[in-house]
Design a protein around this ligand. Structure first.
Ligand code: MV4
Length: 509
């Protein structure tokens, strides 16, 4: 593979990940082209890019998921390559193939690899062939009800029904016993059909309170492959990760090395190229079982960047340019500890209901060891059309204990007015003795929620301050909408902060 330096990269995404990729491009001297829907005209990724092209109406089906429009934008801008970010088209083999056919480099694995690993039963077969243990279950989708019931009996209840085209928990059903199987099957199939247009399902033994540990890998076009250790992602809610960290408090050095070697074995077997992640479930006896491989950059990639000092996005671009990896496995090490909290516009007091709205004021935390990967700015909207992620707050420190202290400090500094976020949940989670002890499992989120009694002082503080700002807007007869052209000294902001300070609303209670 020859080395071809990119002059221009199109970023086929939005929000914080589009911002992240634009930043990497700028540091590499590559022009970054943003694409945007009608809802994202004034979004941060558009402002930071060198060029920006519209690709359609707000619903992602009509914009960020439109292969034809994204490719038209790439051709119109003269981009050499497309970075898909995560979500949207990132794991769409058809999109990767369309890029290949258009002569535009897809910054990710080859389309054939995406298809092979995207089908979860073929991924399981490849993993077995590479010497990995998979969660006991079927290696093919099963259509016939009788055969399915027989396999469930063989595996032993409880079992999990999973969508073959799925991943990440969509189309996933826990089945406690035989009498639940057929009703669960009907629901899993219709969910899979709706989400992926494919109703195939397969079976796995249901592990009891497993931990989710994933291995980051990188491979180039020259046959070099390395792992960048693990991320612990056991704190999830509705199959959405909430807090991630590295190193995992669960792994021993021996298990870490074994899982890393297994990950590289699968990478080599399938000829994987670019960045990827192998998800494992780890049971109570610390046995790792391969779950699936994600053929994209992950949301939680910054924790790996913080402990390894490797810029994963720049390396993705370098690999796609045909460059060899600049290090070998023995050059890599984990240093210190990193934690990520996903700040969502969701209200933890109402079971994490999305809380879209306009960001009236924003002051993210900073200082030593703090990184806030945000896709929003003051005056911007967190809308109803997309994932309500506001930012990823990431800290690094020499030890886990210091990282927890640092994250508590960072969360306490974070000011965002206008919408409810998951920040109050993090205050409680980071102070919980189970988290401090590293004793986290699938039930942790519910444990934390059960430990809280009613609305936190912080939520009240934010609600009152936001009300003060809105009252000011109403008095001056404004529309209440931010003018995206006038960044900076928005009048409501200055007045809101004055009112907040005057009535001590800006202070911690
Ligand atoms: C499982 C499981 C138990 N047994 N599979 C898959 C998608 C991911 N988001 C969660 N998944 C699970 N798959 C088998 N065979 C339990 C989960 C699971 C989970 C795993 C680790 C940490 C938190 C979790 C929360 C819900 C479900």
């Amino acid at each position: 593979m020859s080395v071809r330096a990119f002059a221009k990269v199109l970023v086929a995404n939005r929000g914080e990940i589009a911002v992240r990729v634009v930043r990497a491009c700028r540091e590499m001297g590559i022009r970054a082209v943003a694409v945007f829907s009608e809802a994202d005209r004034a979004a941060l990724h558009v402002r930071l890019a060198d060029e920006a092209l519209p690709i359609g109406p707000a619903p992602s089906r009509e914009s960020y998921l439109r292969i034809d429009r994204v490719l038209d934008a790439a051709r119109a801008s003269g981009a050499d390559a497309i970075h898909p970010g995560y979500g949207f088209l990132a794991e769409n083999a058809g999109f990767a193939r369309a890029c290949e056919e258009a002569g535009i480099a897809f910054i990710g694995p080859r389309s054939g690899t995406i298809a092979l690993l995207g089908e979860k039963t073929s991924a399981r077969r490849e993993a077995v062939a590479a010497g990995l243990a998979v969660v006991p279950g079927t290696l093919e989708p099963i259509a016939d009800e009788e055969a399915l019931a027989g396999e469930a009996e063989r595996i032993g209840y409880p079992v999990m029904l999973k969508a073959a085209a799925g991943g990440g928990g969509k189309g996933l059903r826990f089945v406690a016993e035989r009498s639940d199987l057929l009703p669960a099957l009907a629901r899993a199939r219709s969910e899979a059909k709706g989400a992926f247009g494919d109703e195939s399902v397969y079976l796995e033994k249901a592990l009891v309170r497993p931990r989710h540990v994933e291995i980051q890998v990188l491979a180039d076009h020259c046959g070099n492959a390395v792992h960048l250790f693990e991320r612990e992602c056991s704190i999830q809610r509705r199959h959405q990760k909430v807090i991630e960290e590295s190193p995992s408090p669960l792994l021993t050095p021996e298990l870490r090395e074994r899982m890393g070697a297994l990950a590289v074995a699968l990478v080599r077997r399938v000829g994987y190229v670019n960045a990827g992640t192998l998800e494992f479930l780890v049971d109570a006896e610390r046995n790792p079982y391969f779950l699936e491989m994600n053929t994209r950059l992950q949301v939680e990639h910054p924790v790996t960047e913080m402990v390894t000092g490797v810029d994963l996005v720049k390396l993705q671009i370098r690999i796609a340019q045909g460059e060899p990896l600049p290090f070998r496995q023995e050059d890599l090490a984990q240093r210190g500890h990193a934690i990520e909290c996903r700040v969502y516009a969701e209200d933890p007091d109402t079971g994490f209901l999305p809380n879209p709205g306009r960001i009236l004021a924003l002051r993210p935390p900073g200082g030593p060891g703090v990184r806030d990967d945000s896709g929003v700015c003051e005056g911007g909207e967190v809308g109803v059309h997309y994932d309500p992620l506001v930012s990823k707050l990431v800290v690094w420190a020499e030890s886990r204990e210091e990282a927890i202290r640092r994250m508590r400090r960072a969360v306490s500094e974070y000011r965002i007015l206008g919408l409810r976020t998951t920040l109050p949940f993090f205050e409680r989670a980071l102070a919980h003795p189970d988290f401090v002890a590293g004793a986290i499992d699938t039930a942790f989120v519910d444990t934390v929620l059960a430990s809280g009694n009613g609305r936190r002082a912080r939520s009240v503080e934010i609600a009152v301050a936001a009300t003060a700002i809105r009252a000011f807007e109403a008095r001056r007869g404004g529309s209440g909408r931010a003018d995206p052209e006038r960044e900076g000294l928005l009048p409501w902001r200055a007045a809101g902060l004055r009112e907040a300070h005057g009535s001590r609303l800006g202070e911690r209670s």
